[in-house]
Design a protein around this ligand. Structure first.
Ligand code: 5AD
Ligand code: SF4
Length: 446
């Protein structure tokens, strides 16, 4: 009898946004279907996929130091595939700059990873940056559902908005919506595998459109309403949205669909109309605030989150103060804020009035101080509320679990006898800057 050689091991490391996390999971599933097995945590793998992010310069540069770190003591390297948006943007240049890279594959072509690896194993540099018309989704193995109670589901990809600072329209391509039937099928597979919360993903998720099972044109709200009918699915979220695509239907859904969680990530980026125009955001401060007002009217307890960029070319102190003002007017539950990063090939990269690093640092610090206060205030305001958690992972202490509240807060709860994936009714009892503590309403039985 001949012994079968041990299965090759792999490791997929994803950086950046949740779309990359989703893509990384799909690549892992595909490699699993090809006979690869996941390498143990921290162990050397035969194949490493770096699923990269190109959104800001720092993120993009990181890939080269990561490639360097993959060199083993004896000088050899695993098979290295660079996937994601840096792959799309830099292409063959990556393999030139880092000769140990074997495969370069863009975000729309990763379903071809197995054949690219096979070509690389024959000694070729295998590079595929196609944005094929036939969708990668059709070519990927069916989803089995995860080990976790939550899952991402990419429903929309790409972006046609062309904000002047952003690489996404170039790296992810034009806006496409995945077909309704495929999404329902993928959601059902996830739910059958134990998933209780699905987060619908897209660069402009609320621009999703399609036809329901009866051929009627629907938007994201229609998709959410259909998903809400699936037994076993308890919670629905979506991210990231553009203010201009917050339709009446989607706003109304926040007041009507119980499974749709009271959380909205709605980036505004800046608080001055002059800067918003230079960013080509195609909305104003006023129109953004009106959307927020209407969403709050539909769902008064909704938690609002956002993205901000400080130091966009031409941003004056007065413009920046307007950003602080829109933050004060909105009251964010949480938010992400970044220094403007000049991305080659985008219109803003060659604009006059690029801002000095020291000014950007100062503005970022002031903005983050305010956002931090608001986050703490939001958490504090939830103390005393009774709510329901979906338990997602173990906490630091024995018997402690960490779950998510409907408002996406991380919630620590002592819940002996309960397990990851359970839902539990709790009262929030304490608030920190980044998480809250809670007690189960009914004493959990061990
Ligand atoms: N510089 C800084 N931040 C950026 N973002 C996108 N492009 C840039 C850039 N060039 C931020 C935006 C976006 C988030 C995903 O990243 O705030 O909403
Ligand atoms: Fe980038 Fe603007 Fe599209 Fe968002 S809406 S992905 S910031 S171009």
């Amino acid at each position: 009898m001949t012994a079968t050689p041990p299965a090759k091991t792999f490791h997929v490391k994803s950086f950046g946004c949740q779309m990359n996390v989703y893509d990384g999971e799909r690549m892992s599933e595909m490699l699993g279907a090809e006979g690869y097995v996941p390498a143990a945590e921290g162990a050397d793998a035969d194949l490493v996929v770096l699923n990269t992010c190109h959104i800001r310069e720092k993120a993009a540069e990181k890939v080269y130091s990561d490639i360097g770190r993959l060199k083993r003591e004896d000088g050899s390297t695993p098979t290295i595939a660079v996937a994601g948006c840096v792959a799309q943007a830099e292409g063959a240049e990556i393999a030139r700059r880092a000769p140990s890279v074997d495969v370069v594959v863009g975000p729309q072509a990763y379903h071809r990873l197995p054949e690219l690896i096979a070509r690389a194993e024959k000694g070729e540099k295998a590079i595929d940056l196609d944005m094929p018309l036939e969708s990668k989704f059709g070519a990927l193995p069916k989803r089995a559902g995860g080990q976790r109670p939550t899952a991402f589901l990419t429903v929309q990809e790409g972006c046609d908005k062309f904000c002047t600072y952003c690489v996404v329209p170039y790296t992810r391509g034009a806006e496409i919506s995945r077909p309704f039937v495929d999404l329902i099928a993928e959601a059902r597979a996830l739910i059958a595998g134990g998933v209780r919360e699905i987060t619908l993903l897209g660069q402009n998720v609320n621009a999703w459109d399609g036809e329901d099972g009866k051929g009627r044109a629907i938007g994201l709200d229609g998709l959410i309403r259909e998903l809400a009918r699936e037994d076993g699915l308890e919670r629905i979220r979506y991210t990231t949205s553009h203010p201009n695509d917050m339709t009446d239907g989607l706003i109304a859904a926040h007041g009507e669909v119980e499974k749709l969680m009271p959380f909205l990530h709605l980036p505004v980026q800046a608080g001055s109309d002059r800067i918003l125009a230079a960013m080509n955001r195609s909305h104003s401060v006023d129109s953004y605030l009106k959307v927020i007002e209407r969403v709050r009217a539909a769902r008064p307890d909704i938690a609002i989150s956002g993205d901000f960029i400080v130091g966009f070319p031409g941003e004056s102190e007065e413009d920046f103060l307007a950003t602080l003002a829109i933050v004060r007017a909105t009251h964010y539950a949480m938010a992400y804020s970044f220094k403007y990063s000049r991305r080659p090939g985008t219109p803003a990269a060659t604009m006059n009035g690029q801002i000095e690093e020291a000014v950007m640092n100062d503005r970022l610090q002031r903005l983050q101080a305010l956002l931090g206060e608001q986050q703490q205030a939001f958490n504090q305001a939830t103390v005393g509320r009774t709510t329901r958690l979906l338990l997602e992972r173990k906490g630091k202490h024995d018997g402690q679990l960490i779950g998510k509240s409907p408002w996406l807060q991380s919630v620590h709860v002592a819940a002996p006898g309960l397990a990851i994936g359970d839902m539990v009714d709790v009262r929030i009892t304490s608030a920190g800057p980044n998480s809250v503590g809670a007690e189960p309403l009914v004493e959990a039985v061990a």
